[in-house]
Design a protein around this ligand. Structure first.
Ligand code: BTN
Length: 246
């Protein structure tokens, strides 16, 4: 991953760019990475935008071809990618870097980055995946409407070499991706859970307008979040549950 690297000065979204490349007739090798110094229409999860200061942060997309996965096994890829990102960042900023389910990157209670995976299916299998990763690295300040955002700079008060970090993240993702390819699903899930934000800690949630106390106990194979509330196990998808952080 990352051997074939294209760096763009400016693009709407590296995910959109790579999706267009991959759906054209000329084959794009697996592991190709498109990185942008600036995205003017970055996209986030759930139809949100993704905004970062130009030249300071990491915005890139990786082409993977996990044709060994069924469409309903997509969450395994989410786990692999979040683990790779978190492990690479833990090496520079320590173990307070966590995965907030399903695939946000957190430091303490603040968001350091996010992941947007877009899969192209062929029948019941995945044909290819565009894995978009956005991380706040050298940005020193955030606008007031983003109080929950943080960067590596704000944590460590120094600048990082974006390309060196990119290559480190790519090799970590590759390691986990190869584990997945060789069928080590249980091991990946175990590592995902041991790096999950607020696992096994009592906290407040909101679902369907109702606020309640519960404990995250794990995730299902399809990526639902398992929460125990009043000793009753429940499962939620991303749209159904909100974390109430302080
Ligand atoms: C989220 O937390 O909502 C996901 C954010 C994903 C942002 C990255 S930046 C590189 C790639 N290109 C995009 O347009 N989005 C992803």
């Amino acid at each position: 991953i990352g051997q074939n690297l294209v760096i763009l000065k400016e693009v709407d979204s590296t995910n959109t760019f790579l999706k267009n490349m991959a759906s054209n007739s000329k084959p794009v090798p697996e592991g190709t990475v498109i990185m942008a110094e600036h995205q003017f229409a970055g996209r986030g999860q759930q139809q949100n935008g993704w905004f970062t200061e130009a030249g300071k942060n990491l915005s890139f997309s990786i082409l993977l071809k996990p044709t060994f996965l069924q469409a309903d096994e997509q969450f395994a890829l989410t786990q692999v990618v979040s683990l790779g990102v978190v492990k690479a960042l833990q090496n520079v900023a320590g173990n307070d870097i966590k995965i907030k389910w399903p695939n946000d990157i957190y430091y303490g209670d603040k968001k350091l980055g996010g992941i947007l995976i877009e899969n192209s299916l062929q029948g019941t299998k995945i044909n290819y995946s565009v894995v978009g990763i956005g991380l706040n690295i050298n940005q020193e300040t955030f606008p007031p409407h983003l109080p929950g955002a943080i960067s590596l700079y704000k944590i460590l008060h120094r600048d990082y070499d974006l390309k060196a970090l990119l290559s480190d993240i790519c090799s970590h993702i590759e390691g986990y991706y190869l584990q997945l390819k060789s069928g080590k699903l249980a091991r990946i899930n175990e590592q995902y859970l041991s790096n999950l934000y607020r696992i096994n800690k009592e906290m407040m949630f909101r679902s369907a307008g109702e606020v309640f106390n519960g404990i995250i106990t794990g995730v299902t194979a399809r990526g639902l979040l398992k929460i125990d509330a009043d000793n009753e196990p429940k499962e939620y998808n991303l749209k159904e549950i909100e974390f109430l952080i302080n």
